[in-house]
Design a protein. Structure first.
Length: 288
């Protein structure tokens, strides 16, 4: 077993990675941290819009390098600098209580809002006023799972590259286009110009999700706007939407948390947009 290459938490490489815990340094360097085998695996295979690899550096303990040898080998093959590091070094660059032995340094990967609009998306999640990084990452994961075409974080929302957001996305950050820092008015206007219907998710909405599904109004391109879990969407943001929709509560629960409500809404749209099929998998006219 080889000796760790980095054993001092004061090494310049360690210090440079550690400072990415702070948003101002992430913005200055345009780099962020991705931790754990799942996130690093996805980062290894991700390429930026110019084809450059997203993963630029990997810190790994000797034990993790042996356990996840295929990931480490792929990182080297992709051109990332790989450092065997001591447990003390991993603890220094990690943002978790119990590091998993792999910490990657990645280039920013957000997409220009204009590119997302030009692609004529059919399903989009817009995070407006979402301040909790765990919620932001989980909604991104839900959007990925539901087959959304993009996620947009407005300028009033949390930093996409917050370590908690990255962890909560469980690798989905690397799977679909994400635009950041877009004013909500610009996001809505651009989506509407692209023929996308805007639905604001709010527990006090006038429209019911079940009623929307029954009416057959959700089959077209749709963007869901999700707000702050504690106080919902501001009235001025609600007013921008084509409809304000609530998820019906059929039991005694007071409400749903943001990520759960987002999953319900996104999957409802995904199902409505899918062509109906017969048992043999043939398309069936919904009017029949």
């Amino acid at each position: 077993m080889s000796t760790p290459e980095l054993i001092s938490p004061r090494s310049p490489r360690v210090v440079a990675a550690r400072r990415l815990a702070k948003r101002n340094f992430r913005g200055k360097d345009r780099l962020f941290i991705a931790e754990g085998p799942q996130a690093v695996r996805e980062a290894v295979h991700h390429r930026g819009s110019t084809g450059e690899p997203t993963l630029v550096e990997l810190f790994t303990t000797v034990e993790a390098a042996e356990r996840y040898d295929t990931i480490v080998d792929a990182a080297r093959a992709a051109g990332a600098r790989v450092h065997h590091a001591s447990d003390a070094v991993l603890a220094e660059v990690s943002q978790t209580v119990t590091p998993q032995g792999l910490v990657g340094v990645c280039r920013f990967l957000d997409s220009p809002f204009e590119e997302i609009i030009a692609a004529r998306p059919k399903l989009v999640a817009v995070l407006a006023h979402v301040r909790d990084p765990g919620n932001a990452g989980t909604v991104l994961r839900c959007a990925d799972a539901a087959g959304a075409d993009a996620v947009i974080l407005t300028d009033a929302s949390v930093d996409l590259y917050n370590p908690k957001s990255v962890r909560a996305s469980v690798g989905s950050l690397f799977h679909l286009p994400v635009a950041v820092g877009v004013p909500v008015e610009q996001a809505v206007a651009g989506l509407k110009d692209a023929g996308v219907r805007i639905l604001a998710a709010d527990g006090a909405g006038d429209d019911d999700l079940d009623a929307e599904l029954d009416a057959g109004t959700m089959g077209g391109p749709t963007a869901w706007v999700f707000g702050n879990e504690a106080w919902g969407l501001p009235e001025e943001t609600r007013a921008l939407a084509d409809a304000v929709v609530r998820v019906p509560i059929h039991g005694k629960a007071e409400s749903l948390n943001l990520a759960t409500a987002a999953a319900v809404c996104l999957y409802a749209s995904a199902r409505a947009q899918r062509p109906r099929t017969t048992a043999r998998g043939l398309h069936r006219d919904p009017r029949a």
